[in-house]
Design a binder for this molecule. Structure first.
Ligand SMILES: [Zn+2]
Length: 327
């Protein structure tokens, strides 16, 4: 089992409150997706249900309730998820809440972990609200949410909110190590934006990002060999096309912002941005040959080509016009 990474202050505080019997009965764990809120809720639930007196953070791991917990068979633990294909129905919520209203089977506490609770339906939220309004002793609700504002204010006001931060690059690296993934570089860390969700695909995306940036720099300096090669390769990689075009657009936009003080460069990137936007539509919606569109975008990033445009003010042809003239 992988050890939980990050959020030490929150986890320590929650564990302490549980030991001191001061833990609020309804908690909201809020923070972006993929940072370990669910894992933190599991850790707390295991401690709350553990039969060892003054159970340590995460539970003792050796008592009967801990093993029931680990085998997903603890009768006093209810886990519901409100996203994806197996999202809990209103009936699932009713059944779980009915069970939670009974005495604990194991004589201890009862815990409900509601994952992606901000996706709960209005009907579901109203049913849940009733249980939150009438808290029962030794019964705990942990709602995991990325976007608390999507929860009804009536539910928000009955829960104590715990904030979970984005993960640091070091923490992401620790998770990558646990997953046996390669070293996270600066681009991958920036792309991850503090979340471990999809970490395994980040490295490939980071490489794609670096590739796009370097091709754009070469295109700007009029390197026609690179322009031709990139258009050919990128156009052929159909499965990555959508993502590559999005990267291309955001990177060109970044170049435009960076060149704000240099009017000539800004004109090149401004034109290129329009071309990139056109290309996304032409390729993805109109099924125009991607290699041809990519070639036009990259040629349009060239300083030289842009100088020709500028000799006739405001006459930079749109990508659609360029492609149309060529047919
Ligand atoms: Zn235990």
């Amino acid at each position: 089992m992988n050890t939980l990474v990050g959020h030490s202050p929150q986890r320590t505080q929650l564990s302490q409150l549980a030991r001191e019997e001061r833990l609020p009965s309804a908690l909201i764990f809020s923070g972006v997706h993929g940072i370990g809120k669910f894992a933190a809720a599991q850790e707390l639930a295991r401690q709350l249900l553990c039969a060892t007196p003054n159970a340590p953070q995460g539970g003792c791991g050796s008592c009967r309730t801990c093993s029931l917990y680990d085998s997903n068979n603890h009768p006093d633990l209810h886990r519901l998820t409100f996203s994806g294909e197996r999202s809990a129905t209103v009936d699932d919520i009713r059944i779980a809440l009915d069970n939670l209203s009974l005495k604990p089977f194991m004589g201890g506490r009862k815990v409900a972990v509601l994952n992606d609770a901000d996706e709960i339906s209005i009907v579901g939220a109203n049913i849940l609200l009733k249980s939150l309004e009438e808290p029962r002793p030794e019964t705990f609700f942990i709602l995991i949410v990325a976007n608390p504002s999507r929860l009804p204010s009536t539910i928000l006001s009955r829960c104590q909110r715990i904030f979970f931060d984005r993960l640091s690059t070091e923490e992401l690296q620790t998770i990558a190590d646990q997953l046996g993934l390669p070293k996270i570089d600066a681009s991958a860390a920036a792309l991850a934006d503090g979340s471990a969700a999809g970490l395994d695909s980040l490295q490939a995306r980071a490489e794609m990002h670096d590739d796009v940036k370097s091709v754009l720099d070469r295109a700007f300096n009029g390197d026609t060999t690179t322009i031709g090669r990139a258009a050919q390769e990128w156009g052929a990689e159909k499965s990555l096309l959508r993502e590559r075009l999005a990267f291309l657009r955001t990177t060109i936009r970044q170049k435009l912002l960076e060149s704000a003080r240099d009017r000539d460069s800004a004109a090149v990137w401004g034109n290129a941005l329009q071309n990139a936007l056109d290309a996304e539509y032409l390729i993805l919606d109109r099924h125009v040959n991607p290699t041809l569109c990519l070639l036009k975008i990259l040629q349009g990033c060239s300083r030289e080509l842009s100088a020709t445009y500028q000799s006739i003010p405001n006459s930079a042809p749109s990508l659609g016009e360029l492609l149309l003239n060529e047919r």
